[in-house]
Design a binder for this molecule. Structure first.
Ligand code: NCD
Ligand code: ZN
Length: 350
């Protein structure tokens, strides 16, 4: 196979940032995807409908400045759940076209200080409103208990948070974001009710050895952190399977080079530039390029209850050399696998 034409895909988990950073990255996503779920972990976070709409306008202005034709890319906005999110705010957000709400357990990851400390207690009214409105809860699925090993935090989250939540709100749509473990795959595949998961390209392509290959490699550090090979294989098997519950979410999370290559480096991999090239590489490795369209273009909108896209995206089997770095406001940005050559390339839209 030398070309692969898919229904235009969507990215169901994306960090676009704000200000100069937003301007630097938004075009990369819009050149590959028709829509993306925009994560609300700005500083301060996007906690209400008014802030979500203002953020959407800043994204639209950035798209125009990046030369993206109007109507070719739609940002799907989310709210950041806090212990104090009122049920009325969920209803307001729904009316304003906000599509989902993101759970960050307090302290779990980048810009999560305002996150939730008491999901089933203080967030119960908001969760009930979401369940009524059919609004999905997007979960960063890791416990933050310092006594739990970093590599076990996703598996422990299933027992401590996911199962009690699903018992209390069985009708709530839940997306287990950036799934990284076999335990997570098994849970999502078997769970009763409206449960799905996003999977990143980097968790399909790499295991935790990538962090230490020839030395410490901060550009492979993200949260949840890369896991053992057995988990990568389970994720690849799930993504390429017939299950409609697994779909594409890059978790592309840009940080300036100097804050990645730092004594206490930030978590996040930049993959928006070459997202579909990376996913195609992973699916080809599994011998399942035929499953890429369902994963990238069908399963996500079907779960969210949104229409599938109508346009197409074509991948060509030609070498793609990942640039060493990209401009990022006053700083620079290092894409994942910088300097390496991938086997697939997205054909630029006419
Ligand atoms: C994300 C970021 O930088 O905003 N980082 C990451 O490693 N994925 C936050 C997140 O999604 O956890
Ligand atoms: Zn993320």
């Amino acid at each position: 196979m030398t070309t692969l034409t898919l229904t235009r895909p969507d990215d169901w988990h994306l960090h676009l940032r704000d200000g100069e950073a937003l301007h630097a990255v938004v075009g990369d996503t819009a050149r590959q995807f028709a829509r993306a779920i925009i994560m609300p972990n700005l500083r301060p976070p996007v906690v209400n409908a008014e802030q979500a709409l203002a953020y959407r306008q800043r994204i639209e202005a950035a798209l125009a400045r990046a030369g993206i034709a109007p109507g070719t890319f739609t940002p799907l906005m989310t709210l950041y759940l806090t212990d104090n999110t009122p049920a009325a705010e969920i209803e307001r957000a729904k009316e304003q076209g906000v599509v989902a709400v993101k759970l960050y357990p307090a302290g779990a990851t980048t810009n999560s200080d305002a996150g939730v400390t008491d999901l089933l207690g203080r967030c119960a009214p908001a969760l009930a409103a979401m369940e009524r409105a059919g609004m999905p809860l997007l979960m960063h699925g890791e416990v933050t208990d310092p006594a739990v090993d970093v590599f076990d935090r996703e598996a422990v989250f299933i027992d401590r948070v996911m199962l009690p939540l699903r018992r209390a709100f069985p009708g709530l749509k839940v997306v287990f974001e950036h799934l990284t473990t076999k335990e997570g795959v098994d849970y999502v595949r078997e769970a009763e009710g409206p449960v799905a998961a996003t999977i990143t390209a980097h968790h399909l392509l790499y295991n935790r050895n990538a962090l230490f290959l020839g030395g410490m490699r901060p550009h492979w550090y993200c949260l949840p952190v890369l896991k053992r090979e057995v988990h990568r294989r389970a994720l690849l098997e799930a993504a390429t399977s017939d299950s409609p519950r697994f779909f594409l979410g890059t978790d592309s999370a840009p940080h300036p080079r100097h804050l990645k290559e730092h004594a206490c480096g930030c978590a996040g991999c930049y993959t928006a530039l070459h997202a579909m090239e990376l996913y195609a590489t992973a699916f080809e490795m599994a011998g399942r390029l035929d499953r890429l369209e369902a994963f990238a273009s069908f399963n996500g909108p079907d779960f969210y209850g949104l229409p599938r896209n109508t346009g197409t995206l074509t991948l060509v089997k030609e070498p793609f050399e990942v640039p060493a770095e990209l401009p990022y406001g006053q700083a620079t940005l290092v894409p994942l696998a910088a300097g390496e050559t991938l086997n697939w390339r997205v054909r630029p839209q006419a």
